[in-house]
Design a protein around this ligand. Structure first.
Ligand code: GN1
Ligand code: MG
Length: 378
């Protein structure tokens, strides 16, 4: 069954009541507002007469082809976090997402063309949507670090791969080689230099995949979409509350979650900057994020996880360059684009960031080691 991802005019107050009833809620909402921050699912905030409310979402089944497995992952992870925070004496209603079950005990309710899920709205919460500075990055690091720490004793093999082989860099390289071979739109001539540069470093970028295959680094439950606005803070105190947007929680490497925030937020330029001379790794933002992140994770990371943190960060930037260039050569079939050569600009930008990270590798290592030493007291 295929479901539409976005709400439309056919979703009326009576639909919302039907959906709420399915989840065992009979009170009438006082207001329903569409939240437009996310690009994937349709999201509504529902306010109730008493001071609580809900987040209603229509799941995008074009991207999440097995929404029931995705919700099972989310259920396992939120349940684990709930138990952890209760043991720490924190308020579980604000420390993780709490999804409702339907009267039949399901986490999803199919209605008309949509597949709905319902969670409690976390009251008095806010997310940072602004361009990140060092204080936001330190908080984001702490937030994602807390999330990883809450899941440090969770058995990641219980989770299914919501998007199979999402960070299998070796398979991504193989797919890239096939796209180059086919060159379906004749675009390879625009980017021969970038394509060969990526292929030159393919061995080095496969190192972590090989270590994972040999069981040398642990698979953990990771978030895989660690943008700074996927963390909720208390509106008044700015204290960390919860990590949200758990759709891509899957088995993965710890380094990859650190990597994606750094890739996105510690770049001195935007992800799709056309002028690559503006692209570089801002080491103070890198340091701010890692201080927050490693402050919560260094004590449980294995020796090899600590040693491979920097290569993990570089690998994700490499992989993102490869994914954008693959999509450019394939004819823009995966990422939304808003201008010609958008994916090519993005790929060049990620490649420039990767090159800058290689130039700054010694500093990246020494900053990471210093923070780890400070946290382990050695
Ligand atoms: C996609 O849509 P968004 O921005 O949450 C992609 C990420 C990429 C990112 C690059 C499911 O995420 O892996 O890093 O674009 N998500 C998926 O901007 O492929
Ligand atoms: Mg997302």
């Amino acid at each position: 069954m295929h479901y539409n991802c976005f709400m439309d005019k056919r979703i009326t107050t009576s639909h919302i009541s039907t959906i709420l009833n399915a989840f065992g809620i009979y009170e009438e909402p006082i207001r329903t507002t569409e939240l437009t921050n996310g690009n994937i699912n349709g999201t509504f905030r529902i306010e109730m007469p008493t001071d609580h409310g809900y987040i209603l979402q229509s799941v995008n089944t074009d991207i999440f082809k097995d929404p029931y497995s995705m919700m099972r992952n989310i259920d396992l992870v939120t349940d684990h976090i709930r138990r952890t925070v209760i043991a720490e004496g924190l308020d579980p209603s604000r420390a993780t997402l709490n999804f409702h079950h339907t009267q039949e005990g399901a986490l999803l309710f199919p209605h008309e063309d949509h597949l709905f899920r319902l969670a409690d709205y976390i009251h008095d919460s806010m997310a940072f949507n602004t361009k990140a500075d060092t204080s936001v990055l330190a908080k984001a690091g702490e937030g994602f670090g807390r999330f990883e720490a809450q899941l440090a004793d969770f058995d990641a093999s219980l989770l299914s791969e919501t998007i199979p082989n999402f960070h299998n860099t070796k398979l991504r390289i193989e797919s890239f080689e096939r796209t180059i071979e086919k060159n379906p739109c004749g675009r390879l001539s625009d980017c021969e230099k970038e394509a060969s540069h990526l292929l030159e470093t393919k061995e080095e970028s496969s190192v972590l995949c090989n270590m994972l295959e040999h069981g040398e680094v642990p698979l953990r439950a990771t978030h895989n979409d660690t943008k700074t606005n996927n963390i909720l803070f208390d509106k008044n105190t700015h204290e960390f509350l919860a990590v949200i947007d758990l759709d891509t929680v899957m088995p993965g490497l710890l380094a990859y979650d650190a990597a994606d925030t750094i890739r996105f937020s510690a770049n001195t330029a935007e992800e799709d900057e056309k002028d690559i001379s503006k692209v570089s790794l801002d080491l103070s933002l890198y340091e701010a994020f890692l201080s927050g992140f490693l402050g919560k994770t260094a004590h449980f990371m294995t020796k090899l996880e600590k040693e491979t943190l920097v290569i993990g960060i570089q690998t994700i930037v490499y992989e993102q360059a490869l994914r954008f260039l693959d999509d450019y050569i394939a004819g823009d079939v995966y990422y939304k684009t808003s201008r010609p050569r958008h994916n090519l600009d993005r790929a060049r930008c990620q490649l420039a960031l990767y090159d800058d990270m290689k130039r700054k590798e010694t500093q990246m290592h020494s900053i990471a080691r210093r923070i780890i030493r400070a946290n382990l007291g050695c």
